[in-house]
Design a protein around this ligand. Sequence first.
Ligand SMILES: Nc1ncnc2c1ncn2[C@@H]1O[C@H](COP(=O)(O)OP(=O)(O)OP(=O)(O)O)[C@@H](O)[C@H]1O
Ligand SMILES: [Mg+2]
Length: 166
Amino acid sequence: MSGLDDVVGTHEIITPDDMEALGARMGRMLRAGDLVVLTGPLGAGKTTLTRGIAAGLGVRGPVQSPTFVIARTHPSLVGGAPLVHADAYRLGSAAELDDLDVDLAGSVVVVEWGRGMVDGLVDVWWEVELDREWHGHGVDDACGTTAHEAELDADAPRLVTITRRP
Ligand SMILES: Nc1ncnc2c1ncn2[C@@H]1O[C@H](COP(=O)(O)OP(=O)(O)OP(=O)(O)O)[C@@H](O)[C@H]1O
Ligand SMILES: [Mg+2]
């Protein structure tokens, strides 16, 4: 396991470009065998961060939301490890993720919506939690949605917290 140790902690990410830049920094530090779990609400920036990771790794794009496929493999353009980008949103369990037979040892694996999905699959992984920076009071509007949810897609700073697990 190599290190995201240099980026462990909480980062304030102002723009989508900053999110990609953080991902690129992570991508340059990741090696085959590393697994990264991205957690955060719809539109938090998980795919944007993954796009940066792909750039930092030097793998073939484009990185898109894997809506119709559960995992997509991006081969390296620089003789390094491929990136496996998985979306666990529609997976029911860790067993189903295991069933994908991803080459964990030979790839860098990034799993969106993967919290609770990788326990038992690997001994050590990196958890990245993304959320909109929020200074309001979470008051519901007439439709019952909080301003927090309603504005998540808007350009707004995100807080990104990187932790080593378990
Ligand atoms: N500070 C920011 N960081 C990241 N994305 C931002 C930021 N501000 C605004 N955005 C926008 O938020 C959206 C994030 O979309 P993205 O697809 O990366 O989210 P996601 O977490 O992968 O969503 P999903 O849960 O649907 O997979 C993009 O449209 C991006 O431009
Ligand atoms: Mg996504």
